[in-house]
Design a protein around this ligand. Structure first.
Ligand code: MG
Length: 373
């Protein structure tokens, strides 16, 4: 591994785990976090959870699993160039979406609505809950017992009330402090990944057209350059070449601008990073162009009527599952029944949030169709 900068998180200086453990022998603390995440049940479920396109709509669309791998890839290459800790970035990236419900944001919104009187539901907090509590595979503790730094990176945002409940990782929201540069970076790598793969998946599905996307400067600029260099190029290959150039341009801009910010602020330690303004950032021009792309995707893809139809079904499935389980917990598997006795509706929310898209669809059918068992 290349040498870590003084402002990077050093594995030897971790703030540690909630349950102290002997130092790992063959890897560092953040590599151990990453390995625990990869071996978790929630991680395997990411393969069958989606955001825009439901899993059965096609084999080539991104899933939460491939999305998380893309975030890790983008994050690690920027980290390497900035002297940041690649292992920590990788661990945060692979864990950041573990708390997502089935059917992406539609599922989350429905579950949040169902849980309104009981503390609500938020996927980001749920990701932390998965690694802190819900994964049960170690004899000595609940959860994966990850380091403070990985947990801090997973918790991107948080209300003041929740921050007080959460203790150590909530603290920075009350103090108005920043997380590590590795956490800041993973957050923006997430943005680069989904903006680009949603363009790609949107075109593949036919819900977006090249003509419409050409009006978005970030895309149009690269598409025009590709067509000028390769006039005969068309179809998927034209899309791939354009998207690859977009990702490259965003990664280069993020690296250059962040390096400039870091040089100007010259933080001597992670503590200095926490007190500084956010240092991992796009240039203002590119940030603005990313916003324009996001606005385009919202209007033309996320709110496309075909997507709306699927999401409306998704919300209905989640609402009806919640209504059935909360009015009669005896419909739940035995272990969740006893959890409802102890934790009330939070256990119902955990059960539904843990479902993959296809499991939720099947479970809904099993509960509501008389022909299914
Ligand atoms: Mg994400």
């Amino acid at each position: 591994m290349p040498e870590l900068a003084p402002y990077a998180v050093h594995p030897g200086r971790s703030r540690g785990r909630r349950f102290p453990e002997p130092a790992p022998e063959t890897r560092n603390e953040f590599q151990r976090d990453r390995d625990r995440i990869i071996h978790s049940t929630a991680f395997r479920r990411l393969e069958y959870k989606t955001q825009v396109f439901v899993n059965h709509e096609g084999d080539h669309f991104r899933t939460r699993l491939t999305h998380s791998l893309e975030v890790a890839q983008i994050g690690r290459s920027v980290a390497r160039n900035l002297g940041l800790n690649e292992d920590l970035v990788e661990a945060i990236a692979l864990a950041h979406d573990l708390g997502h419900t089935p059917f992406g944001h539609a599922g989350q919104d429905a579950l949040n609505e169902c849980m309104r009187a009981n503390g609500g539901f938020e996927h980001n907090l749920q990701s932390l809950r998965v690694v802190d509590v819900l994964e049960q595979r170690y004899a000595a503790f609940d959860g994966l017992n990850l380091t403070f730094e990985t947990r801090e990176g997973i918790l991107k945002h948080c209300s003041a009330t929740k921050a007080r409940e959460l203790g150590d990782v909530g603290e920075r929201f009350l103090r108005g402090a920043r997380p590590s540069l590795e956490a800041q970076l993973t957050n923006l790598a997430d943005e680069i990944a989904y903006n680009n793969h949603d363009v790609d998946d949107g075109l593949r599905s036919g819900l977006l057209t090249l003509e419409a996307l050409d009006t978005v400067p970030l895309f149009g600029r690269h598409r025009t350059a590709v067509s000028a260099a390769y006039p005969a190029l068309a179809g998927r290959r034209l899309v791939h070449e354009t998207v690859r150039r977009m990702i490259n341009a965003l990664v280069s801009d993020l690296t250059a601008r962040s390096r400039q910010n870091i040089t100007a602020s010259a933080p001597a330690s992670v503590e200095a990073v926490r007190q500084a303004q956010p240092l991992v950032a796009f240039s203002p021009e590119i940030a603005e162009q990313q916003q324009a792309l996001k606005a385009f995707l919202r209007a033309h893809l996320y709110r496309h009527h075909q997507v709306n139809r699927m999401m409306s079904k998704a919300r209905r499935i989640v609402r009806e599952l919640f209504a059935a389980f909360s009015s009669d917990p005896r419909l739940l598997p035995a272990d969740f029944q006893s959890r409802v006795e102890q934790e009330g509706l939070r256990a119902v929310a955990d059960y539904i949030a843990g479902m993959t898209d296809r499991y939720a669809i099947r479970e809904h059918r099993r509960l509501f169709s008389i022909d299914e068992v």
